[in-house]
Design a protein around this ligand. Structure first.
Ligand code: SF4
Length: 327
């Protein structure tokens, strides 16, 4: 049985309204185990389950005559999606109270910013009320045009945290894993704690953030010597930053170096065997950070390239975030 709240009645209404009989189910890896359960719920339609990876609502799979239903991600408001896709968020039913209680025992910060992954945005208000009932002040940012829910952060967008950064002493991230929280920590410079409702653990990510920054600086130093760059551009609707890639090409060429545009749908380290000394990644920012050991050459973010080429100072280092994509 799925540990998520999905309103199938509402989903049926949405399907009926659009009038499709063929449905393609797109699910993130962690939800694929529930694909057949969802297909059973929708068995009066012709249901196809996509076996392709699905990394986020930046990454859609659409075909003529099919209605794609992407589960587990929230629509990114500033992307111009085609008409034959709908998004169904899958909110976790997990209770955050035990881990929130634990956090208050460990941390005496007065002013707390709350952020969450989309699976847990429904817990943001509950945790906020709980903190307030214990005398703490709470701040929740709305985020920019790439963000659908207050307090929501993506692996490529921490605007909801940056927006309230000047008001808070620390942030809590409601969710699992380190990536989002490390991004918040680097984007804000504030202590950031992961409140994981499954393990009921509270984790300060400062050391992990420091280690990542040191690794990134090592890559920047290596790339300073590079003469030939490959600029990775994604063809995915929500990762496509062609204008940025062209601006980076111009910047590289202005320093008498060579730059080549490499366009792909899925960036796979094993496909990156080009005759270049380093890459710059304009696709999902997580690639360069998460898959660093799988690439044979340094893979920089756009900001890191600017630092390597001396267009920016080391002190201006920031996590790569996607604010808008090409239309
Ligand atoms: S670009 Fe990457 S981090 Fe951003 S929504 Fe897509 S998969 Fe997530």
């Amino acid at each position: 049985m799925m540990p998520y709240k999905i309103d199938f009645q509402d989903l049926r209404h949405r399907i009926e309204k659009l009038g499709y009989s063929k449905i393609l189910l797109q699910l993130p890896e962690g939800m694929k185990i529930y694909a057949t359960e969802i297909a059973d719920e929708l068995s009066d339609y012709e249901v196809f389950i996509s076996a392709n990876p699905c990394y986020g609502s930046c990454d859609i799979e659409v075909y003529p005559d099919f209605l794609t239903i992407q589960f587990g991600h929230a629509e990114i408001p500033n992307i111009g999606y085609p008409d034959n896709i709908i998004f169904v968020e899958a909110f976790s039913t997990k209770d955050f109270k035990p881990v929130a209680e634990k956090f208050l025992e460990l941390c005496d910060a007065r002013r707390i910013g709350i952020v969450a992954s989309v699976q847990h945005v429904n817990a943001v208000q509950d945790v906020a009320s709980f903190f307030k009932s214990r005398g703490r002040e709470v701040f929740i940012g709305k985020g920019d045009a790439r963000i659908r829910y207050p307090g929501q952060v993506l692996g490529c967008n921490f605007s909801a945290a940056r927006e309230v950064n000047h008001e808070v002493d620390c942030f809590v991230f409601l969710g699992t894993g380190h990536f989002h929280a490390v991004g918040v920590s680097i984007a804000t410079g504030k202590k950031t704690y992961v409140l994981d409702p499954y393990t009921e653990s509270v984790e300060d990510v400062e050391k992990i953030a420091d280690r990542i920054i040191r690794q990134r600086f090592g890559l920047i130093v290596k790339a300073e010597e590079a003469d030939r760059f490959g600029i990775i551009v994604s063809s995915k609707i929500g990762q496509r930053r062609v204008r940025l890639a062209l601006a980076l090409k111009e910047m590289i060429e202005s320093t008498d170096r060579k730059a080549y545009m490499i366009m792909t749908d899925n960036v796979r380290p094993e496909n990156m065997y080009y005759d270049v000394d380093a890459y710059v990644n304009t696709a999902c920012p997580r690639l360069g950070y998460d898959d660093i050991s799988r690439f044979r050459k340094p893979v920089l973010t756009p900001i890191e390239l600017e630092i390597a080429l001396k267009f920016k100072l080391w002190e201006q280092y920031a996590f790569d975030e996607i604010v808008e994509v090409d239309k």
